[in-house]
Design a protein around this ligand. Structure first.
Ligand code: PRT
Ligand code: ZN
Length: 283
């Protein structure tokens, strides 16, 4: 079977998490910063390390079969690729931002203004959808300093913590798009058995990330109360303890509900709660 190629960012914000995801999928490869391509020793796959901007086109054109890249880059390059899996990292928003001087107060105030961005394609569509005509100034980096230099009246840039906007005296002024890293492939190739196998591995890693394994002790008489609180993979595993009145309950809990679930479990008498990370969940 033909060896697959997956393109990931060579260095930058998505590199570490992309490598970690592939390693957690059980793929064994060297992550040398100097190499552009790294063979996987235990799966028919090669990893291409690229600038993120090139990844969508490489996948669309078939140079790579798969890629991991931010949705913002996919939209900006206007490629036609299949979204195989949202990956939940690299989260950010493409936002409009303005100087805090009160000159712009509503979206229509951007008419006739200059907006600096590295995302002219996305911004142009957003402005057209909102019937705004502005002068888009494309800048490849340090967009946030352009209002201060008098180069623009507003900016449109990626924001995660908001710290960069704040330190440049800018305030967020509306979301253009939300973005996160996504695993992409070529359209029509989704049934390739190697891609299917890899997708199963990716999904089992993501599922495990979203859950914790929990073991707790409870008096047998409180077991029903606890069962109704738990929505594990199937019904929880119940193991008798040496003391006949007590049992140990093993289950998984969704990370997002974790703290509220733990207090509910304690409220119905759970004791000795042990929480462990899960490596993979294969359904
Ligand atoms: O070299 P290469 O071209 O591969 O990398 P790059 O420099 O183009 O991209 P990189 O590594 O900066 O970002 C890769 C991807 O990470 C982006 O395409 C987004 O999908 C995602 N991402 C997530 C971000 C951010 N968060 C982010 N905060 N990309 C950039 N930023 C920048 C933003 O441009 C601004 O300068 O961080 C600054 C704002 O951050 P806060 O935390 O101060 O708000
Ligand atoms: Zn880039």
């Amino acid at each position: 079977m033909k060896t697959l190629k997956i393109a990931i960012q060579k260095s930058g914000r998505l590199n570490e998490k992309s490598v970690e995801l592939l390693k957690n999928c059980g793929l064994s490869f060297d992550n040398y910063k100097s190499s552009l391509i790294s063979p996987v020793s235990n799966f028919p796959l090669e990893i291409l390390f690229l600038r993120d901007d090139d990844i969508p086109e490489y996948v669309q054109d078939g140079i790579a079969d798969l890629g991991i890249v931010g949705e913002n880059v996919i939209n900006e390059t206007e490629v036609d690729v299949a979204y195989l899996q949202m990956l939940g990292f690299g989260k950010c928003s493409l936002k409009l931002a303005i100087p805090n001087n009160g000159k712009i107060t509503k979206l229509e105030d951007l008419n006739g203004k200059a907006i600096a961005t590295s995302y002219p394609v996305i911004l142009e569509k957003f402005l057209a959808n909102n019937k705004i005509t502005a002068d888009i100034r494309t800048i490849s980096g340090s967009v946030e300093i352009s209002p201060g230099l008098g180069l623009s009246d507003a900016i449109c840039d990626l924001v995660s913590t908001g710290g960069t906007l704040k330190s440049n005296g800018l305030i967020p002024f509306g979301d253009v798009m939300h973005s996160q890293a996504v695993l992409i492939g070529r359209k029509g190739e989704e049934e390739n058995p190697l891609i299917v196998e890899l997708m199963q591995r990716v999904q089992s890693v993501l599922r495990a990330k979203e859950t914790k394994y929990v073991v707790l002790n409870i008096e047998r008489k409180n077991l029903e109360a606890i069962k109704s609180l738990l929505d594990g993979i199937k019904s929880p595993t119940v193991v008798p303890l040496a003391d006949e009145g007590w049992v140990a309950v093993h289950t998984v809990i969704a990370e997002k509900d974790f703290w509220s679930k733990i207090s509910q479990l304690k409220a119905v008498g759970a004791q000795g709660i042990v929480v462990m990370p899960i490596e993979k969940i294969i359904l």
